[in-house]
Design a protein around this ligand. Structure first.
Ligand code: FBP
Length: 548
């Protein structure tokens, strides 16, 4: 396989790790834990894995000889830069436990476990993927591991391969399912531990112990580089408004981080839209007002960042989507029988008055996108909804109305972009390369200390890597009960943008200035070699969150 010069140089990069992971480690138990909410329900659902203590790994002088161990690994859900380094860290960790330990990768996500598709990950394979982006070493998938039949089928292959622990690298839903699996295997004494790892570019799997999910750092840096380039182009020609949608199914962390890095004229934060109970028209009026103000100063150009999940945070849209989700979950087969041309009328006739009216008012394309198949976790596939076009069309309409009324006299020409897939498989930044390797290595320590139902955690990551703190967090600690597919389920609480948090407050304090002036910042490409302040800088979000 031909490799680029950067790939070759990057293969030799040695990830930085917490000092505690450099030799023999011991597991130190901290406080016993409770779930973030709905404690009684979660405790009842997870009798074997509820309330366990937080674990921290510390240096030890005590030499222990442990037997070889076989471990399985699964990449679950959307790609995120650094996944290969989690596997490399896990591999090196289990080899440090015993050189005869073996690592098996299940192919194309959780489906590989159920379908018994796997490969042994040998040193040669691992070495070829160190510090690379993508999940292509074993592939990923979105099959939801949730039924006993699936768990039992998985156990067959785990037993055949004599696998004693399974590491599931995924987002909030996949880690929730990892915990359900850990609970089940423990309840039947299956002899298989299950450990999770926090992955998602969306950045919404975080809490006090899990500072960030891996991939967020790299993805935001890739998007910010391109947004900066667009801003510079925009300021050079001064003739376009760029509407840029950014990935992040639900939370607006990516949009907010990119705004902090690039200082665009407008950035919408879904969580604020919801809290302020804004309608689609309010959002459009706000954007059009800034366009008109800039036009008055002769600036008929600008950049607007739009979080992918926006549509679900507009309260009226949220109510509509919730009813659609419930309705489609119950009447999926019936809906699929309806001819495409009649689906819109069918849906309008089935919804309550308010939702039916809103649905009827939506442009055809957006209405159709809202009824497309949900992903296996019941989520609307927001990446398919062209919010950037919806908003710019509505802004254009409003401006032409204002023009007729003599309130606006500028030019409005819009271009559209969607950045998502472009950043999910990028070569991990130093931060993600180091963080991921450490997460994988920590997972091996959790396995060695006999834990199950834990998520690998590495904290204090705004400090130099030497001072990072490695440990494990009981997954039940992050759970609460939420409605999914019309039923209450235990799930890891999603971390949305906090409106009283430092990242949002920093943005909010400057956005009016950014709107009217042209204060763009051009972050440039990720740097892999060079001074540490250029190569190892964590995201602005993390820096601001950790300052408090
Ligand atoms: P995960 O939560 O599984 O990490 O996926 C995140 C994400 O990249 C979202 O930002 C996006 O909405 C979604 O995946 C796209 O899904 P798909 O990869 O199936 O197109």
């Amino acid at each position: 396989m031909t490799k680029s010069a950067l790939q070759i140089a990057r293969a030799a990069y040695q990830p930085k790790v917490p000092a505690a992971l450099k030799g023999i480690v011991k597991a130190v138990e901290g406080e016993y834990t409770q779930s973030v909410a709905d404690q009684e329900d979660i405790k009842e659902l997870f009798p074997n894995t509820y309330g366990m203590p937080i674990i921290t790994f510390e240096k030890s002088n005590e030499k222990k000889s442990l037997p070889a161990i076989n471990v399985g690994v699964i990449l679950s859900g959307g790609q995120a830069p650094g996944g290969h380094n989690v596997i490399a860290g896990l591999f090196d960790g289990i080899k440090a436990i015993h050189p005869d330990s073996r690592l098996y990768g299940f192919i194309l996500g959780p489906g590989g476990l159920i379908e018994h598709k796997y490969m042994e990950l040998t040193a040669g394979i691992i070495d070829a993927y160190r510090n690379t982006g993508g999940f292509d070493m074993i592939g990923s998938g979105r099959t939801k591991l949730e039924t006993r039949a699936q768990f039992d089928k998985g156990l067959e292959i785990l037993k055949t391969l004599n696998i004693q622990a399974l590491v599931i690298i995924g987002g909030d839903d996949s880690n929730t399912n990892a915990c359900v699996l850990a609970e089940y295997y423990k309840s039947i004494d299956a002899g298989v531990q299950v450990i999770g790892c926090p992955k998602t570019i969306d950045g919404d799997l975080k809490n006090e112990q899990v500072e960030t999910s891996f991939g967020f750092d790299t993805a935001c840096k890739v998007y910010s580089e391109v947004i900066g380039n667009i801003e510079r182009d925009c300021n050079s020609a001064q003739k376009y408004w760029h509407f840029i949608k950014l990935m992040g199914r639900s939370a607006s962390h990516i949009a907010l981080e990119c705004a902090l890095q690039t200082q665009p004229n407008i950035c919408i934060i879904s969580e604020e839209v919801e809290a302020a109970n804004l309608s689609l028209d309010d959002i459009v009026t706000n954007i059009a007002t800034i366009v008109a103000q800039r036009a008055e100063a002769g600036n008929n150009f600008g950049t607007v960042l739009i979080p992918e999940g926006l549509i679900e945070f507009v309260p009226a849209m949220k109510r509509l989507i919730a009813e659609l989700n419930d309705y489609l979950a119950k009447h999926d087969a019936e809906f699929k029988m309806i001819r495409k041309s009649e689906q819109r009328t069918y849906i309008i006739s089935k919804l309550t008055k308010e939702n039916s009216e809103l649905y009827a008012s939506l442009p055809e394309g957006v209405a159709r996108q809202l009824t497309l198949d949900r992903d296996p976790h019941g989520n609307v596939q927001v990446s398919l909804i062209e919010t950037e076009k919806l908003l710019s069309e509505m802004v254009a309409k409003k401006l032409s109305g204002w023009k007729k009324e003599g309130k606006y006299n500028g030019k409005f020409s819009a271009l559209h972009h969607f950045f998502g897939y472009e950043g999910r498989c990028a070569a991990p930044s130093n931060y993600d390369a180091d963080y991921c390797y450490s997460l994988g290595y920590t997972a091996s320590c959790l396995v060695a200390s006999g834990r199950t139902g834990y998520m690998s955690s590495v904290r204090n990551t705004t400090a130099p890597a030497d001072k990072w703190i490695a440990g494990g967090i009981p997954v039940t600690m992050m759970m609460n009960m939420e409605k999914r597919h019309g039923e209450m389920k235990p799930v890891i609480q999603k971390a949305l943008v906090k409106l009283d948090g430092a990242p949002f407050k920093t943005f909010a304090a400057q956005r009016n200035e950014w709107a009217l002036t042209t204060s763009y910042v051009y972050p440039g490409p990720i740097q892999y070699f060079g001074p540490t302040e250029v190569c190892d800088e964590p995201t602005k979000t993390l820096q601001l969150e950790q300052q408090i």
